[in-house]
Design a protein around this ligand. Structure first.
Ligand code: ZN
Ligand code: ZN
Length: 354
């Protein structure tokens, strides 16, 4: 009988099932990975709730770290035993018009990990080699996992933003993305304004590196940013469309608000605020693998780290529920090596709080 591995699949919308799947060889241009850790991301709800057309059953998970145990035909540059990461973008084709133009994020033939193909809520997964990221030795697999989506998304958006050293950059929301965004913004040399609901978030925001904090429940955050001269960049990590619209007035002329959080409600912005001051509103979708490599290296260099709660694979449904309820502090990660009956639950947050 073929070797089997454990996976948590979504058998139909809203239903997680622990299954055993047969081990199969990777196809051409693909590698097979022994997964060590997979982060739990808000975008996993696309699989759980069927927001995309999904062919069930489907294994979610797109913050995957593991070791290559087999390479398919035609794979160059990756070797068996190498520790690699897989993010949301499953790997670009290399030949479509966007790839030919160097825009790998918008590749026409790219699958989304855990949506179009099985992801990392499993002991084994197969991935397209063109989407792999290289994990530095300095990072544990658990520490690296959230950086492959939450980290890459905030790092890439800030790296491509027009702000220069010393400019005011605002981070809206101190959650899974925002707690990394504040750290990256600080280490990139910006003046950092953190905005979140509730004064209780202030000590953490300052520990993460913010220079200013605004409690959006008590103070108009746009006015607070204008009092500081107006933000060159606003990183909107909270998913509420209303908040993303309100904060837009906090931009200085020539500034840009970058939306990272997907939500159902529209973002309302007046054409007057957009035109007078030539401001921009734009979206950003994670980033290409080379920027993922840069995210990991920059995190090692600067000590930027996610706060992570780790649980065994079979606790994935509970971890997902905790993430969705906004109770995770701040990212959840599934460990494939934790004993299956282990009550052990570790929190890795010292790196941030020290
Ligand atoms: Zn994600
Ligand atoms: Zn392409």
């Amino acid at each position: 009988m073929a070797e089997a591995y454990r996976a948590i699949e979504v058998s139909r919308p809203g239903v997680f099932t622990l299954v055993r799947k047969p081990l199969v060889d990777p196809g051409p241009q693909h590698v097979r990975i022994r997964v060590e850790t997979c982060g739990v991301c808000h975008s996993d709800s696309a699989t759980v709730d069927g927001l995309f057309p999904i062919s069930y059953p489907r294994v979610p998970g797109h913050e995957v770290v593991g070791r290559i145990d087999m390479v398919g035909d035609g794979v160059r540059g990756w070797t068996v035993g190498q520790r690699v990461g897989v993010g949301f973008l499953g790997g670009a084709c290399g030949y479509c018009e966007f790839c030919r133009g160097g825009d790998l994020v918008n590749c026409r033939n790219q699958e989304y990990t855990g949506i179009h193909s099985d992801g990392g809520y499993a002991e084994v997964m197969t991935a397209r080699a063109s989407g792999l990221m290289s994990i530095p030795n300095e990072l544990s697999s658990v520490a690296a996992a959230p950086l492959l989506c939450a980290g890459l998304t905030t790092f890439s958006a800030l790296r491509n933003a027009p702000a220069k050293a010393g400019d005011l950059v605002a981070v809206l929301g101190i959650g899974g993305l925002g707690h990394l965004g504040v750290q990256y913004a600080r280490h990139m040399g910006f003046e950092v304004a953190a905005i979140a609901r509730g004064a209780d978030k202030e000590p953490l925001a300052m520990q993460l590196g913010a220079h200013h904090f605004t409690d959006s429940a008590a103070t108009d955050p746009a006015a607070a940013l204008q009092a500081l001269g107006g933000a060159k960049v606003i990183l909107a990590t909270a998913s509420g469309g209303k908040t993303a619209g309100t904060i837009f007035k906090g931009l200085r002329p020539g500034g840009v608000e970058i939306v990272l959080g997907v939500g159902p409600d529209p973002i309302e912005i007046s054409s007057r605020d957009l035109i007078f001051g030539t401001r921009r509103l734009e979206g950003a979708l994670t980033g290409p693998p080379a920027v993922g490599d840069a995210t990991l290296r920059f995190s090692v260099l600067t000590g930027v780290a996610a706060m992570i709660e780790t649980v065994p694979l079979e606790e994935a449904p509970a971890a997902y529920a905790r993430m969705l309820a906004g109770k995770a502090r701040f990212r959840m990660a599934l460990s494939m090596t934790a004993a299956s009956s282990s009550p052990e639950r570790t929190t890795q947050s010292e790196a941030v709080l020290s």
